[in-house]
Design a protein around this ligand. Structure first.
Ligand SMILES: C[S@@+](CC[C@H](N)C(=O)[O-])C[C@H]1O[C@@H](n2cnc3c(N)ncnc32)[C@H](O)[C@@H]1O
Length: 208
């Protein structure tokens, strides 16, 4: 029992801040596999066009960035993540695109985005909001960096399923997040609920 709790605690710490060899080699690929459906549905909801400027906040293993790069061939992709391990890994993975100036990968925090106002047509974030120290501020930042009428797609595991995993990660009711989106200045907020083999999840789309 004590051993199980220890493993669970180590895993929860890895999820919050990936570190060491486990963080470097296991967590990124694991997220890419486990969150595949959430990322694919987010990609659909983004309705990307080839010339757009797009930001992903909390890209983890980089699956969504890889999918977006197939569509956004004449625009620009930015990825921002708070984990140095993920940033280094993904920068290496996409070095050809980074070198060509099509993609930039930055270390930073959702709550203080290092981008100018109205810089993006679309912003996405998948299963990352739970880890932001101040989710309302992160949402306000997403709104600030979007151009007027730009689209924000926010996807996350449903509260009941995240709570069941017992990792102690904060979870959100749909209404709480909708309220944060409204207060930040988003409108035309739409929620769709879906599920994969692992959990139920929500996809919120909102316009600035
Ligand atoms: C559960 S992973 C999800 C990764 C990926 N979006 C996916 O769906 O597989 C959450 C990611 O958010 C990042 N993250 C945590 N806190 C963050 C913050 N304050 N700002 C930006 N990224 C953050 C983590 O480093 C991690 O890469």
């Amino acid at each position: 029992m004590a051993c199980r709790n220890l493993i669970r605690r180590h895993f929860a710490e890895q999820l919050i801040r990936p570190h060491g060899l486990v963080g470097r080699w296991i967590i990124g690929p694991l997220w890419n596999r486990r969150n595949r459906v959430l990322n694919d549905k987010t990609l659909q909801a983004l309705r990307l066009r080839e010339h757009e400027q797009v930001l992903e906040i909390g890209f983890g293993g980089g699956r969504l960035l890889a999918q977006m790069a197939k569509i956004v061939t004449h625009g620009h992709l930015s990825g921002l993540d708070a984990s140095p391990i993920m940033v280094n890994r993904v920068r290496r993975k996409f070095q050809a695109l980074v070198y060509k100036g099509i993609m930039d990968i930055r270390l930073g925090s959702a709550e203080k985005l290092p981008f100018t106002d109205s810089a993006f047509d679309k912003v996405a974030s998948v299963n990352a909001i739970f880890y932001w120290r101040d989710p309302a501020r992160g949402i306000r930042e997403a709104c600030r960096v979007l151009r007027p009428a730009g689209l924000f797609v926010l996807t996350f595991t449903a509260k009941e399923d995240l709570d069941r995993q017992e990792f102690g990660i904060p979870s959100f009711y749909e209404d709480e997040v909708i309220s944060m989106l409204r207060k930040a200045g988003f409108y035309r907020i739409d929620v769709s609920r879906d599920r994969d083999a692992h959990r139920a999840f929500l996809i919120l789309t909102a316009e600035k």
